[in-house]
Design a protein around this ligand. Structure first.
Ligand code: GDP
Ligand code: MG
Length: 595
């Protein structure tokens, strides 16, 4: 066990985690120079394109140090707030962490939140300043921030560059010297922590684990404590660039298990693997069921594609257990699904995968959060969809979810950031300075305000410099009302939103104005109205056009006429017929585009 080092990398997005990890893989010859594509750890296409790590992975490197071969297990973590539970479990599987900070950017919100997680888990922290090759690096300033934050000596901070390879050897040496080998008793009953899983269409679900105590052998009968399910360990092994089967793994090891598991739902991150015979006394602490926080309707553009959409969602759920969905119908959009996501990025990923991998043409409605609605008869219902809100007359109170948000910004932007958060009904909890120029603001904010366009706004008011991280922080009562949109007198359920009463009037007005821009002129006037209950609070009109496109065709040139009609039809592909009005797909997301 004393030749094992388990470590992870914590870094804010884009600070160079993947690039440095790749450098280490090459340096330890885990991957040959020639096999090396950029960022091998980010294996999913979408991840590579977006340059972000969506799913965490693990990889073992062998490294010689003073005549001894060490096994270094690098556990990669996703770099986005939506996946923070996975990050926390990966961190729990390690004894050390590289804290990577972009030396041109300094400490950002995610650096801090992940660092706290690492400190809670007693990890040895190795600070690294990356991108030292860049001329605008400000190492002294960033070093001051790091020293302030973790209380290390200036000399302990490694200067590195994922681009030139500077510092990579020093990082590996430091890991061996400073990160303690895993503890644990190989003779004790098996206790292994699942920190991740992947779906493989040939082998089923592969769970990644770290053994805290005991041993696991091929063919052992094991049990996953939280799900209560039993499996034969058909294959166990370690993760190099490929899976390398082994007969035995023991305390301190990081490995994988293949056991005929068909769906991702059966493998819960944070769960404990133990033996059916002589199991461990207690599950590993910290297990949580991850719950979707953001909901939206997904509908096929063409109603005939409903069954295909269902099967695509089924398949996606096989490898992404955090996606939930149930059938839903909308008067405006027909049959579709109400889906639950971990957050907005997760929602975008699912939508993109549906279109890319399953060739689906879908309409996604405005995202919303879930509400606790207390009724006058004493019952409480959970509402996942604004149009499902019970009638105002039977509602006693509504509670909405809150987050505790940490925003790090340069002091120049504190004013605008404050204004944005206050405008989103935020309450300032704390304000502190990391250095003279950088401040951390902590706000309690309604999650429902964040799912709209908060992040984009934050980026734009701070010219891209403010960073943001959040944690769920319970439910609080709020004066919410349902705002409905009517097109030519017909309510469009997919456009209903819950909004705070104090903002409802201006919000309704902006919705009508935006829809007027987005809905093209048609053969008749279209009245756009916003209403609270029976009360109309805003109105706009899209004026009729009377031009017949085919009128341009002089004479009876049939083929020209047909071409024009076909062209028109194509243009309509992403239109949805709502009553007698044709509504383009992007109008259903109008609320996201309000300025
Ligand atoms: P991650 O989000 O933390 O995994 O960051 P990446 O490894 O994907 O890096 C983000 C961007 O920074 C990419 O465009 C990299 O090419 C670039 N990058 C990473 N490390 C360095 C470095 O040391 N120097 C320079 N100049 N660019 C780097
Ligand atoms: Mg990355």
């Amino acid at each position: 066990m004393d030749s094992i080092r388990n470590f992870c990398i914590i870094a804010h997005i884009d600070h160079g985690k993947s690039t440095l990890a790749d450098r280490m893989l090459v340096h330890t010859k885990t991957v040959g120079e020639r096999e090396m594509r950029d960022q091998v750890l980010d294996s999913m296409d979408l991840e590579q394109e977006r340059g972000i790590t969506i799913k965490s992975h693990a990889i073992q490197m062998d490294y010689e140090h003073e005549g001894k071969t060490y096994k270094l297990n690098l556990i990669d973590t996703p770099g986005h707030v939506d996946f923070s539970y996975e990050v926390s479990r990966s961190i729990a599987a390690c004894e050390g962490a590289l804290l990577i900070i972009d030396s041109t950017q300094g400490i950002q919100a995610q650096t801090i939140s992940n660092l706290y997680l690492a400190l809670e888990n007693d990890l040895e922290i190795i600070p690294v300043l990356n991108k030292m090759d860049l001329p605008n690096a400000i190492p002294e300033v960033v070093e001051d921030q790091v020293i302030d934050l973790i209380g290390c000596d200036r000399e302990e901070i490694i200067h590195a560059s994922g681009k030139t390879g500077m510092g990579v050897e020093e990082i590996l040496e430091r890991i061996i010297e400073k990160v303690p080998p895993p503890k644990g008793d190989p003779e004790a009953p098996l206790q292994a922590l699942i920190f991740d899983s992947v779906f493989n269409s040939f082998r089923g679900v592969i769970a990644y684990f770290k053994i805290l105590n005991g041993q696991i052998k091929t063919k052992d009968l094991v049990k996953f404590v939280a799900t209560g399910k039993q499996y034969d360990a058909d294959e166990i092994g370690v993760l190099k660039l490929n899976m390398v089967p082994k007969n035995v793994l023991s305390a301190g090891d990081v490995g994988y298990i293949i056991s005929g598991i068909k769906t991702a739902k059966e493998v819960k991150v944070g769960d404990t693997i133990t033996h059916v015979e002589s199991p461990c006394d207690k599950a590993i602490s910290g297990f949580e069921e991850v719950k979707p926080m953001v909901f939206a309707g997904i509908y096929p553009v063409d109603a005939d594609d409903y069954e295909d959409l269902r099967s695509a969602m089924d398949k996606l759920q096989l490898n992404d257990a955090s996606l939930t969905f149930e059938p839903e119908s909308s008067a405006a959009l027909g049959f579709g699904f109400r889906c639950g996501f971990l957050g907005l990025l997760h929602m975008e990923i699912i939508q993109e995968r549906l279109e890319r991998e399953y060739d689906m043409n879908v309409i996604t409605t405005v995202p919303n959060v879930s509400y606790l609605v207390h009724l006058t008869d004493g019952n409480t219902v959970r509402v996942y969809n604004p149009s499902g809100l019970p009638n105002q007359t039977v509602i006693d109170t509504i509670e909405e979810p809150y987050i505790r948000a940490s925003i790090i910004t340069s002091s120049d932007f504190i004013g605008p950031v404050m204004n944005l958060c206050l405008d989103k009904r935020g309450v300032l909890i704390n304000q502190s300075y990391l250095t003279a120029e950088r401040a951390e603001l902590v706000f309690n904010l309604p999650l429902g305000e964040i799912v709209f366009d908060f992040y984009d706004k934050l980026k734009s008011i701070s010219r891209g410099y403010a960073s943001f991280d959040y944690h769920m922080n319970g439910y609080k009562p709020a004066k919410l009302v349902r705002l409905d949109i009517l097109l030519n007198g017909e309510m469009v359920d997919a456009l209903s939103t819950l909004t705070h009463f104090d903002n409802a009037y201006p919000f309704g007005r902006r919705m009508c104005e935006k829809l007027k821009e987005l809905i093209p002129r048609q053969q008749f006037d279209i009245a756009i109205q916003a209403a609270i209950g029976a009360k109309i609070i805003a109105r706009e009109t899209v004026k009729a056009v009377r031009k017949d496109v085919t009128a341009k065709c002089y004479g009876g040139d049939i083929s020209r006429k047909r071409k024009l009609l076909e062209k028109q039809k194509k243009g309509k592909k992403r239109m949805k017929q709502v009553g007698n009005v044709e509504v383009p797909q992007n109008a259903f997301l109008a609320v996201l585009k309000l300025d």
